[in-house]
Design a protein around this ligand. Structure first.
Ligand code: MLC
Ligand code: MG
Length: 242
């Protein structure tokens, strides 16, 4: 006889296939030696009501850079960090009180580049569903979770144009997420939205309801090509300024 799979096991199985897909996209230390300053963010995955969710923060208004913007826990690399994972875990502890031993790190994904020309590495890790954030008020004013699926099937989405100092122009994703329980809205855009979309594409492996900058049949190689083109545009400019 067949019995229905009880919820805890189904949850576990979903977690396993997500982990397997994530490991296929692990870049390891392949982007670690690029000659640009480094930063890392933690993409914290947690299962709530049987669905994968991402934890995000709202930056404190008194921060010099990007005050009030939504981002992942993270920050610049410090000398004591041995790799990108160390940076992400140290920053997550400082910003939201997440203990490093409570994070199951699964992989590093293809980096992005921020407006200060840091190579920003997204580190993906699972955290417990019982985790309660303790935001450090100097840096973080709020913490919230969004179903990962929202980043392939949003109900409020638009694109915003951008142009970098290196003359690279394009557009970026902008999501408005309404948290009905808390009666609050969050605007998720730019680099943070870029990482959230890529993570959702990796895990769900299906087409989003909006246009993306990847060849979805060759997600890994097109993500790397996009990054290398962006990197080259910055590196060429740095050279010509010497
Ligand atoms: C790239 C980043 C990971 C870098 O991380 P942070 O900026 O948080 O860097 P950090 O955590 O090391 O430090 C932040 C600032 O806080 C200061 N700081 C550190 N510890 C502190 C403490 N205990 N008390 C008070 N201030 C403190 C640092 O000196 C630094 O100031 P100081 O900085 O003055 O030295 C992040 O900026 C990021 O995710 N950016 C993208 C955000 C985003 O997507 N925005 C939406 C669209 S805009 C976009 O997409 C473009 C872009 O942002 O590039
Ligand atoms: Mg930070």
């Amino acid at each position: 006889t067949r019995v229905a799979c009880p919820p805890p096991i189904r949850r576990q199985r979903r977690g396993i296939s997500a982990r397997r897909r994530l490991r296929e996209f692990d870049v390891g230390d392949r982007f670690s030696r690029l000659p640009l300053p480094k930063a890392s963010v933690l993409l914290p995955l947690t299962v709530r009501a049987g669905k994968l969710h991402l934890l995000l923060t709202v930056r404190a208004m008194q921060l010099r850079r990007s005050p009030g913007e939504v981002c992942f826990p993270g920050g610049k690399r410090e000398a004591i960090d041995k790799d990108e994972i160390d940076t992400a875990l140290r920053e997550a502890k400082e910003e939201v009180g997440l203990q490093p031993e409570k994070v199951e790190v699964v992989c590093r994904l293809v980096p992005g580049i921020d407006k200060m020309n840091h190579v920003v590495t997204p580190v993906v890790g699972f955290i417990e569903d019982t985790f309660q954030a303790t935001p450090n008020p100097d840096e973080v004013s709020d913490v919230f979770v969004v179903p990962l699926e929202y980043f392939v099937k949003p109900s409020n989405y638009k694109t915003l144009p951008y142009k970098t100092s290196s003359g690279y122009s394009g557009w970026m994703h902008c999501f408005i997420y309404d948290d009905h329980e808390r009666k609050m809205s969050f605007k998720i855009w730019g680099l943070t939205a870029h990482f959230a979309v890529f993570l959702a594409l990796v895990i769900f492996g299906k087409h989003p309801t909006f246009k993306v900058e990847y060849d979805l049949d060759n997600l890994i190689s097109s993500a790397e090509t996009n990054f290398m083109n962006l990197y080259a545009s910055i590196y060429e400019r740095k050279k010509s300024n010497l």
